[in-house]
Design a binder for this molecule. Structure first.
Ligand code: CO
Length: 299
Protein backbone atom coordinates (compact mmCIF):
# COMPACT_ATOMS: atom_id res chain seq x y z
CA UNK A 1 0.00 0.00 0.00
CA UNK A 2 2.71 2.43 1.13
CA UNK A 3 4.99 1.49 -1.80
CA UNK A 4 2.20 2.13 -4.30
CA UNK A 5 1.62 5.56 -2.81
CA UNK A 6 5.32 6.46 -3.04
CA UNK A 7 5.48 5.17 -6.62
CA UNK A 8 2.53 7.32 -7.68
CA UNK A 9 4.09 10.30 -5.89
CA UNK A 10 7.33 9.75 -7.78
CA UNK A 11 5.43 9.47 -11.04
CA UNK A 12 3.66 12.76 -10.38
CA UNK A 13 7.01 14.38 -9.64
CA UNK A 14 8.55 13.09 -12.87
CA UNK A 15 5.53 14.25 -14.85
CA UNK A 16 5.74 17.69 -13.25
CA UNK A 17 9.43 17.88 -14.20
CA UNK A 18 8.70 16.92 -17.80
CA UNK A 19 5.87 19.46 -18.11
CA UNK A 20 8.07 22.09 -16.49
CA UNK A 21 10.75 21.48 -19.10
CA UNK A 22 8.30 21.68 -22.02
CA UNK A 23 8.61 25.41 -22.84
CA UNK A 24 12.35 24.86 -23.32
CA UNK A 25 11.65 21.88 -25.60
CA UNK A 26 9.28 24.03 -27.61
CA UNK A 27 12.14 26.36 -28.59
CA UNK A 28 14.76 24.13 -30.21
CA UNK A 29 18.08 25.95 -30.35
CA UNK A 30 17.10 28.28 -27.54
CA UNK A 31 17.45 25.89 -24.63
CA UNK A 32 19.07 28.36 -22.31
CA UNK A 33 17.80 31.79 -23.26
CA UNK A 34 14.26 32.61 -24.44
CA UNK A 35 13.85 33.68 -28.08
CA UNK A 36 13.93 37.39 -28.80
CA UNK A 37 10.47 38.96 -28.80
CA UNK A 38 9.22 39.91 -32.23
CA UNK A 39 6.29 42.13 -31.36
CA UNK A 40 3.22 43.08 -33.35
CA UNK A 41 -0.08 44.81 -32.67
CA UNK A 42 -3.08 43.71 -34.69
CA UNK A 43 -5.73 46.44 -34.79
CA UNK A 44 -9.17 44.95 -35.31
CA UNK A 45 -12.14 46.96 -36.54
CA UNK A 46 -15.57 46.06 -37.93
CA UNK A 47 -14.48 47.93 -41.07
CA UNK A 48 -16.46 50.08 -43.48
CA UNK A 49 -17.06 49.78 -47.20
CA UNK A 50 -17.28 53.59 -47.58
CA UNK A 51 -13.92 54.79 -49.00
CA UNK A 52 -14.30 58.25 -47.42
CA UNK A 53 -14.89 56.76 -44.00
CA UNK A 54 -11.79 54.54 -44.28
CA UNK A 55 -9.51 57.59 -43.89
CA UNK A 56 -10.01 57.46 -40.11
CA UNK A 57 -7.95 54.24 -39.95
CA UNK A 58 -4.86 56.17 -41.11
CA UNK A 59 -5.00 58.42 -38.03
CA UNK A 60 -5.39 55.44 -35.69
CA UNK A 61 -2.54 53.63 -37.46
CA UNK A 62 -0.22 56.64 -37.12
CA UNK A 63 -1.07 57.05 -33.43
CA UNK A 64 -0.25 53.39 -32.69
CA UNK A 65 3.02 53.54 -34.69
CA UNK A 66 3.93 56.62 -32.67
CA UNK A 67 3.04 55.02 -29.32
CA UNK A 68 4.79 51.69 -30.06
CA UNK A 69 8.04 52.41 -31.94
CA UNK A 70 9.61 49.29 -33.41
CA UNK A 71 6.40 47.28 -33.08
CA UNK A 72 4.79 45.99 -36.28
CA UNK A 73 1.26 47.44 -36.67
CA UNK A 74 -1.20 45.39 -38.73
CA UNK A 75 -4.95 45.52 -39.39
CA UNK A 76 -7.79 43.05 -39.58
CA UNK A 77 -11.51 43.55 -40.18
CA UNK A 78 -14.26 41.47 -38.62
CA UNK A 79 -17.09 42.05 -41.12
CA UNK A 80 -17.14 39.44 -43.87
CA UNK A 81 -19.54 41.58 -45.93
CA UNK A 82 -17.30 44.63 -45.68
CA UNK A 83 -14.22 42.57 -46.64
CA UNK A 84 -16.04 41.20 -49.69
CA UNK A 85 -17.27 44.64 -50.88
CA UNK A 86 -13.83 46.19 -50.34
CA UNK A 87 -12.23 43.38 -52.39
CA UNK A 88 -14.78 43.50 -55.22
CA UNK A 89 -15.26 47.25 -55.54
CA UNK A 90 -11.96 48.68 -54.30
CA UNK A 91 -9.52 45.88 -55.11
CA UNK A 92 -8.20 45.83 -51.53
CA UNK A 93 -7.38 42.67 -49.61
CA UNK A 94 -8.54 43.09 -46.03
CA UNK A 95 -7.74 40.16 -43.76
CA UNK A 96 -9.97 38.61 -41.12
CA UNK A 97 -8.49 38.43 -37.58
CA UNK A 98 -7.75 34.69 -38.03
CA UNK A 99 -6.00 35.27 -41.39
CA UNK A 100 -3.93 38.15 -39.98
CA UNK A 101 -2.94 36.15 -36.88
CA UNK A 102 -1.95 33.13 -38.99
CA UNK A 103 0.24 35.40 -41.17
CA UNK A 104 1.93 36.92 -38.10
CA UNK A 105 2.57 33.47 -36.60
CA UNK A 106 3.95 32.27 -39.94
CA UNK A 107 6.27 35.27 -40.18
CA UNK A 108 7.80 34.56 -36.78
CA UNK A 109 6.06 37.15 -34.64
CA UNK A 110 5.91 35.72 -31.14
CA UNK A 111 4.37 38.48 -29.00
CA UNK A 112 1.14 39.76 -30.51
CA UNK A 113 -1.42 42.12 -29.03
CA UNK A 114 -4.81 41.99 -30.69
CA UNK A 115 -6.30 45.40 -29.98
CA UNK A 116 -10.05 45.56 -30.41
CA UNK A 117 -11.20 48.88 -31.88
CA UNK A 118 -14.79 48.11 -30.96
CA UNK A 119 -16.72 50.58 -28.79
CA UNK A 120 -18.14 48.01 -26.35
CA UNK A 121 -17.31 44.36 -25.61
CA UNK A 122 -20.31 43.10 -27.61
CA UNK A 123 -20.89 40.26 -30.07
CA UNK A 124 -18.16 41.32 -32.53
CA UNK A 125 -15.65 41.50 -29.70
CA UNK A 126 -16.64 38.10 -28.32
CA UNK A 127 -16.14 36.51 -31.75
CA UNK A 128 -12.65 37.99 -31.60
CA UNK A 129 -12.11 36.51 -28.12
CA UNK A 130 -12.90 33.05 -29.55
CA UNK A 131 -10.41 33.54 -32.41
CA UNK A 132 -7.67 34.72 -30.06
CA UNK A 133 -8.32 31.81 -27.66
CA UNK A 134 -7.87 29.45 -30.62
CA UNK A 135 -4.41 30.89 -31.31
CA UNK A 136 -3.54 30.83 -27.59
CA UNK A 137 -3.96 27.05 -27.34
CA UNK A 138 -1.49 26.55 -30.19
CA UNK A 139 1.12 27.38 -27.56
CA UNK A 140 4.77 27.14 -28.52
CA UNK A 141 6.53 30.45 -29.01
CA UNK A 142 3.39 32.30 -30.06
CA UNK A 143 2.05 34.55 -27.31
CA UNK A 144 -1.14 36.42 -28.10
CA UNK A 145 -3.11 38.75 -25.84
CA UNK A 146 -6.22 40.79 -26.30
CA UNK A 147 -6.63 44.52 -25.68
CA UNK A 148 -10.10 45.53 -24.49
CA UNK A 149 -12.58 47.74 -26.41
CA UNK A 150 -13.05 51.46 -25.70
CA UNK A 151 -15.84 51.19 -23.10
CA UNK A 152 -15.02 48.08 -21.09
CA UNK A 153 -15.12 49.34 -17.50
CA UNK A 154 -16.94 52.08 -15.57
CA UNK A 155 -13.59 53.89 -15.52
CA UNK A 156 -13.48 53.74 -19.33
CA UNK A 157 -17.04 55.10 -19.57
CA UNK A 158 -16.20 58.00 -17.25
CA UNK A 159 -13.01 58.83 -19.16
CA UNK A 160 -14.78 58.68 -22.55
CA UNK A 161 -17.72 60.77 -21.28
CA UNK A 162 -15.33 63.42 -19.95
CA UNK A 163 -13.60 63.62 -23.36
CA UNK A 164 -16.91 63.87 -25.25
CA UNK A 165 -18.25 66.57 -22.91
CA UNK A 166 -15.21 68.81 -23.18
CA UNK A 167 -15.08 68.57 -26.97
CA UNK A 168 -18.61 69.30 -28.24
CA UNK A 169 -18.93 69.97 -31.99
CA UNK A 170 -19.63 73.67 -31.28
CA UNK A 171 -19.84 76.13 -28.41
CA UNK A 172 -23.29 75.29 -27.15
CA UNK A 173 -25.78 78.13 -26.73
CA UNK A 174 -28.84 78.00 -24.46
CA UNK A 175 -31.36 75.53 -25.84
CA UNK A 176 -28.71 73.59 -27.77
CA UNK A 177 -27.78 69.99 -27.10
CA UNK A 178 -25.59 67.16 -28.41
CA UNK A 179 -27.12 63.79 -29.25
CA UNK A 180 -24.67 60.92 -29.61
CA UNK A 181 -25.76 58.02 -31.78
CA UNK A 182 -24.38 54.67 -30.61
CA UNK A 183 -24.84 51.40 -32.46
CA UNK A 184 -26.70 49.49 -29.75
CA UNK A 185 -26.97 45.73 -29.46
CA UNK A 186 -29.01 42.81 -28.11
CA UNK A 187 -25.77 41.57 -26.49
CA UNK A 188 -25.53 41.84 -22.66
CA UNK A 189 -22.68 44.35 -23.08
CA UNK A 190 -25.27 46.77 -24.51
CA UNK A 191 -25.79 48.01 -20.94
CA UNK A 192 -22.82 50.27 -21.68
CA UNK A 193 -25.15 52.61 -23.62
CA UNK A 194 -27.65 53.48 -20.85
CA UNK A 195 -24.65 53.65 -18.50
CA UNK A 196 -23.02 56.14 -20.87
CA UNK A 197 -26.28 58.13 -21.11
CA UNK A 198 -26.33 58.36 -17.32
CA UNK A 199 -22.67 59.36 -16.99
CA UNK A 200 -22.97 61.94 -19.81
CA UNK A 201 -25.75 63.88 -18.10
CA UNK A 202 -28.19 61.64 -16.26
CA UNK A 203 -30.68 62.13 -19.09
CA UNK A 204 -30.53 65.93 -18.85
CA UNK A 205 -29.32 68.61 -21.29
CA UNK A 206 -27.05 69.20 -23.00
CA UNK A 207 -25.61 65.66 -23.61
CA UNK A 208 -27.75 62.71 -24.69
CA UNK A 209 -27.04 59.18 -25.84
CA UNK A 210 -29.24 57.05 -28.08
CA UNK A 211 -28.70 53.92 -30.17
CA UNK A 212 -29.71 52.64 -33.61
CA UNK A 213 -30.41 49.05 -32.58
CA UNK A 214 -30.71 49.04 -28.80
CA UNK A 215 -31.55 51.04 -25.68
CA UNK A 216 -31.89 54.02 -25.28
CA UNK A 217 -33.84 54.35 -28.55
CA UNK A 218 -34.32 57.42 -30.73
CA UNK A 219 -37.85 57.78 -29.27
CA UNK A 220 -36.39 57.81 -25.75
CA UNK A 221 -34.02 60.62 -26.77
CA UNK A 222 -36.71 62.64 -28.56
CA UNK A 223 -38.88 62.51 -25.41
CA UNK A 224 -35.99 63.85 -23.32
CA UNK A 225 -35.18 66.59 -25.87
CA UNK A 226 -38.82 67.72 -25.85
CA UNK A 227 -39.05 67.69 -22.05
CA UNK A 228 -35.90 69.84 -21.84
CA UNK A 229 -37.27 72.22 -24.52
CA UNK A 230 -34.17 71.77 -26.67
CA UNK A 231 -34.29 74.02 -29.77
CA UNK A 232 -31.32 72.66 -31.69
CA UNK A 233 -29.44 69.38 -31.50
CA UNK A 234 -26.03 68.45 -32.88
CA UNK A 235 -26.13 64.84 -34.00
CA UNK A 236 -22.81 63.04 -33.56
CA UNK A 237 -22.02 59.34 -34.19
CA UNK A 238 -20.76 57.52 -31.08
CA UNK A 239 -18.97 55.16 -33.43
CA UNK A 240 -15.38 54.59 -34.46
CA UNK A 241 -16.27 54.99 -38.13
CA UNK A 242 -18.76 57.45 -39.66
CA UNK A 243 -19.98 54.92 -42.20
CA UNK A 244 -23.39 53.73 -43.30
CA UNK A 245 -25.18 54.24 -39.95
CA UNK A 246 -23.93 57.82 -39.54
CA UNK A 247 -24.50 58.78 -43.17
CA UNK A 248 -27.92 57.17 -43.63
CA UNK A 249 -29.56 56.28 -40.28
CA UNK A 250 -28.42 59.51 -38.64
CA UNK A 251 -28.00 62.14 -41.35
CA UNK A 252 -30.05 60.69 -44.25
CA UNK A 253 -33.07 62.41 -45.79
CA UNK A 254 -35.43 59.44 -45.34
CA UNK A 255 -38.39 60.16 -43.02
CA UNK A 256 -37.11 57.69 -40.41
CA UNK A 257 -33.56 59.06 -40.12
CA UNK A 258 -32.58 60.64 -36.78
CA UNK A 259 -32.35 64.03 -38.49
CA UNK A 260 -35.87 63.76 -39.93
CA UNK A 261 -37.47 62.39 -36.75
CA UNK A 262 -35.91 65.08 -34.53
CA UNK A 263 -36.80 67.82 -37.04
CA UNK A 264 -40.37 66.55 -37.05
CA UNK A 265 -40.45 67.05 -33.27
CA UNK A 266 -39.81 70.75 -33.91
CA UNK A 267 -36.09 70.66 -33.09
CA UNK A 268 -33.43 71.92 -35.51
CA UNK A 269 -30.50 69.62 -36.21
CA UNK A 270 -26.93 69.83 -37.39
CA UNK A 271 -25.28 66.54 -38.30
CA UNK A 272 -21.59 66.18 -37.53
CA UNK A 273 -20.17 63.27 -39.53
CA UNK A 274 -17.06 62.87 -37.40
CA UNK A 275 -16.39 59.51 -35.75
CA UNK A 276 -15.04 59.50 -32.19
CA UNK A 277 -11.72 58.06 -33.42
CA UNK A 278 -10.73 61.40 -34.97
CA UNK A 279 -10.28 62.57 -31.36
CA UNK A 280 -6.67 61.90 -30.24
CA UNK A 281 -7.78 61.46 -26.63
CA UNK A 282 -10.13 58.64 -27.62
CA UNK A 283 -7.31 56.95 -29.55
CA UNK A 284 -5.14 57.37 -26.43
CA UNK A 285 -7.60 55.20 -24.48
CA UNK A 286 -7.25 52.41 -27.06
CA UNK A 287 -3.45 52.82 -26.88
CA UNK A 288 -3.69 52.52 -23.10
CA UNK A 289 -5.67 49.29 -23.43
CA UNK A 290 -3.02 47.87 -25.79
CA UNK A 291 -0.27 48.82 -23.30
CA UNK A 292 -2.20 47.11 -20.49
CA UNK A 293 -2.48 43.96 -22.62
CA UNK A 294 1.24 44.09 -23.47
CA UNK A 295 2.02 44.24 -19.76
CA UNK A 296 -0.35 41.36 -19.10
CA UNK A 297 -3.08 43.39 -17.44
CA UNK A 298 -6.06 42.17 -19.44
CA UNK A 299 -6.74 38.60 -20.61
CO1 CO B 1 -24.70 48.06 -37.79
Amino acid sequence: MQAVRIRSLLLTLILALIIGAMPALAHPGHDTKPPEAKKAILLVSFGTSMPKAQAVFDGVDAAFKNAFPGVEIRWAFTSKTVRRIVAEKQGKTWLSPAEALAALKDQGYNKVIVQSLHVIPGAEFHDLVATVEGFKVMGGCFMVRLGMPLCSTTGDLKAVAAILKKSPPAKLAKGEAVVFMGHGTHHPAGVAYPAMAYILGRGHAPFYMGTVEGYPSLDDVVALLKAAKVKKAYLVPFMTVAGDHATNDMAGDEPDSWKSVINKAGIKTKCVLEPITTNPEIIAIYVGHAKAALQGGHH
